[in-house]
Design a protein around this ligand. Structure first.
Ligand code: NAP
Ligand code: ZN
Length: 371
């Protein structure tokens, strides 16, 4: 059923060029939240998708999965929000709610999940993301929310639409909905470890800079591993990293061998894993979050002799998404963003691709004239 009209920015082909696109949102159902989009972060995954580099893109594609909006209409069953509330939507908008992943609060791994961008509803209609004036999102009443118990008792469940804490600026919140939770979810495994954890953040971009801030807030000793000297001062002074390593500096890389408990790999292009695996201690973990379009290579013998681990990690659960928002607000952390209007979007992607953003573009859609 058709509801209100939305104007978005869509890619029509593999050039990834974005231009205005008008489409119909579905009618707001009983468990839906309709929102006016205020801000949306620009993630490198958007670029991969716009260019059909991963997962087969269906065009027209409206990107955007770090969405902060204001509730404009609520379905009759939605109890947790009221009109005017600030809410967030991340990478997924639905999961089955029945499989073991859904039941264990890991619904990001549900095989039936529907992604916010380049997904399909049951009836085959494509999903459209947050580079848009408005969205309608299902807020499933499902499992009890553990985060609610941790932070705000009885706030209800937290599925697919999350609450933006009152003391967190909406544009600050946007990058947390994908990049932030993508770093937070794998780093959480080190909480409660009773020693100084030594971590490496490989690639200081959108995900990487939030990785540094989160790892520092968790008390880790943090080294930024970067492709050049350019970000050294900002990494150490502005982001509070403890050390900075340039991946092309063979002597420094050698000196840092066998010293990391983990490396969070955020580099979105082909890169040799071998030199990074050698930085890990015995049993150390290389956590790959970057969606590199080509196959990556590593040396099996090095992996074996060092008992090293390579793993992947996909965003985080909805519970973790709410958790990182609360974590940010409680600790008074700052997301480093450059806010731009919709008419700058193609330029923003061009700059992101040439590694010229500190560290996340956020589209100010409410202040943009999309029509
Ligand atoms: P980004 O802002 O573009 O940052 C990537 C960083 O990688 C750059 O800042 C740069 O850091 C480094 N880099 C090294 N060589 C590069 C090159 N040739 N071109 C561009 N960057 C290069 O990207 P992002 O938004 O953080 O996303 C990073 C990756 O994670 C992407 O592949 C994205 O799709 C993926 N991702 C995955 C998930 C997930 O759930 N697993 C979630 C979000 C994003 P230095 O200057 O320090 O070298
Ligand atoms: Zn499921």
């Amino acid at each position: 059923m058709e509801g209100r009209k939305a104007v978005g920015l869509a890619a029509r082909d593999t050039t990834g060029f974005l231009s205005p696109y008008t489409f119909n949102l579905r009618k707001t159902g009983p468990e839906d939240v309709a929102l006016k989009v205020l801000y949306c972060g620009i993630d490198h995954t958007d670029l991969h998708q716009m260019r059909n580099e991963i997962h087969g893109t269906a065009y027209p594609l409206v990107p955007g999965h770090e969405v902060v909006g204001e509730v404009v209409e609520l379905g009759s069953e939605v109890k947790k929000f009221k009109v005017g509330d600030k809410v967030g939507v991340g990478c997924m908008i639905w999961s089955c709610g029945k499989c073991s992943d859904c039941k264990s609060n890991s619904e990001q791994y549900c095989s039936q999940k529907i992604l916010t961008v380049n997904g399909k509803y049951e009836d085959g209609t494509p999903t459209h993301g947050g580079f848009s004036s408005a969205m309608v999102v299902h807020q499933r009443q499902a499992l009890p929310c553990h985060t609610a118990a941790l932070f705000k008792p009885n706030c209800g469940d937290c599925r697919f639409v999350v609450r933006i804490p009152e003391n967190l600026a909406p544009e600050q919140a946007a990058p947390l909905l994908c990049a932030g939770v993508t770093a937070y979810s794998p780093l959480k495994q080190f909480i409660g470890i009773n020693k100084v954890v030594r971590g490496g953040i490989l690639g200081l971009g959108g995900v990487g800079h939030l990785g540094v801030i989160i790892a520092k807030a968790l008390g880790h000793h943090v080294t930024v591993i970067s492709s050049s000297e350019r970000k050294r001062e900002e990494a150490l002074k502005h982001l509070g990293a403890d050390a900075f390593l340039v991946s092309s500096n063979a002597a420094d890389m050698e000196a840092a061998a066998d010293s990391f408990d983990y490396i969070l790999d955020t580099v979105p292009v082909l890169h040799p894993l071998r030199s990074y695996l050698s930085l890990l201690k015995v049993d150390g973990k290389l956590v790959i979050v970057a969606a590199v379009p080509q196959p990556l290579q590593f040396d099996a013998v090095e992996l074996i002799l060092g008992k090293k681990n390579i793993s992947g990690s996909f965003i985080g659960s909805m519970e973790e998404t709410q958790e990182i928002l609360e974590f940010w607000a409680e600790k008074g952390l700052t997301t480093m963003i450059e806010t731009v209007k919709a008419d700058y979007v193609n330029k923003a992607f061009e700059r992101m691709e040439r590694n010229d953003v500190r560290y996340r573009f956020v589209l100010d859609l409410a202040a943009s004239n999309l029509h």
